[in-house]
Design a protein. Structure first.
Length: 382
């Protein structure tokens, strides 16, 4: 039989549990019923202290109910929610599952999220430096999203990632330096292409003179082109079975953009339109035999065969053409903000980070411009 403590009302001894029990109310449940909670202890004093703290937390709105949901469970829920809401493509979802695996391999993955401290996160992040910076970025972002959701759900009061300087670590690996064609190599490629009859030529030329990604070029539809602009609104992607499909949106929201059609681009588009093969998806480029989409790896294979035969550069692949376009823009003195918009980067920092090595080469040149300007305006030490 339970015995209540004198004047304490909600504190009593349970002979069945052989423990002291304290009961208190935390508002009401969703169904309107009173939400009663209990604390336990071996002594009345221990229970009273727990009760006092719980009631004080309720008063200050810092009380949280015990919850055993783990970090990895909540992280998986976030990824699945994005997929179900159609916020991410099949390809992005697949990459997100890889990120989940990296987190799942960590010691904090199966810890209840309420018990994870800043030090636990820092210790885990020390183990991910073996991966590339791009992978670390995705891990860090998903961790942040997970703890923010935990706060929204009232699982935790404070975000442990905001304490003890839980910073994103840097990879032990060196970032891959952007490799583009030199001016001479680009000239050689153009010379070789002028002798070829392949249906891939205009695809390659568009990448080289617009900086568009291969998936964006292959996803172009006839109605994406008018007299002044190419409207980039979708890209090729992969489904959950790793099959190349025509996506219904671009890589990121910033990738959706318009590209001005200059004289060179107009010439390429005119040739492409003249060679256009009618297809059900209204694509500018399609397989001439099947009338279906052209896959990025098919263009890549063609470039590799050309390079092997004509020795154009040490290496030659689709994305190298985009880098070549960006490098030529930097060499020509294009404003980096304008270039970032043309490339469809998420922000200007992405452009600066990607082409840091290219920009460094022009540091001396820019210094010389300043010297020349100062001299021209007779600005000097007297």
């Amino acid at each position: 039989m339970a015995k209540r403590g004198n004047g304490e009302g909600t504190i009593y001894y349970s002979e069945k549990l052989n423990k002291w029990v304290g009961q208190f109310t935390v508002g009401r449940k969703v169904n309107g019923k009173i939400n009663r909670k209990s604390v336990y202890g071996n002594t009345r004093k221990e229970v009273k202290e727990k009760m006092t703290k719980a009631l004080a937390d309720i008063q200050s709105k810092t009380y949280i109910e015990k919850n055993d949901i783990t970090l990895i469970e909540l992280a998986k829920e976030i990824v699945e929610d994005k997929k179900d809401a159609n916020e991410i493509s099949s390809n992005t979802y697949k990459r997100a599952t890889y990120t989940l695996k990296y987190i799942e391999n960590g010691d904090i993955a199966n810890m209840p999220i309420q018990k994870i401290k800043a030090k636990d996160i820092k210790d885990y992040l020390k183990t991910v430096t073996i991966y590339a910076n791009s992978t670390i970025e995705k891990i860090y972002q998903l961790l942040g999203q997970t703890f923010r959701r935990a706060i929204e759900r009232d699982y935790i009061i404070k975000n442990p990632m905001l304490f003890e300087e839980v910073k994103k670590p840097k990879s032990d690996k060196l970032d891959r330096e952007v490799v583009s064609l030199s001016i001479e190599e680009e000239k050689k490629l153009l010379e070789v292409l002028s002798t070829q009859k392949s249906s891939y030529i205009n695809i390659i030329l568009l990448m080289l003179f617009t900086g568009m990604r291969i998936g964006e070029v292959l996803a172009m539809k006839l109605n994406d082109i008018d007299n002044n602009y190419i409207y980039v609104s979708q890209t090729m992607t992969r489904d959950e079975n790793d099959k190349t499909i025509l996506g219904n949106k671009t890589k990121t929201s910033k990738s959706k953009r318009s590209i001005t059609i200059n004289t060179t681009i107009k010439e390429i588009l005119d040739k492409s339109l003249n060679a256009h093969i009618k297809n059900n998806q209204n694509l500018l480029f399609c397989d001439k035999n099947t009338k279906e989409i052209i896959k990025p790896h098919e263009v890549n294979s063609y470039l590799s065969r050309l390079n092997k035969k004509y020795s154009i550069a040490n290496n030659l692949h689709n994305h190298m053409l985009r880098h070549t376009y960006a490098t030529r823009c930097i060499e020509a003195g294009m404003n980096i903000k304008v270039l970032s918009k043309k490339l469809g980067h998420k922000n200007i920092q992405t452009t600066l980070n990607t082409y840091a090595s290219v920009l460094d080469k022009f540091e001396i040149q820019e210094d010389e411009k300043l010297e020349e300007y100062l001299l021209k305006n007779n600005i000097k030490i007297s």
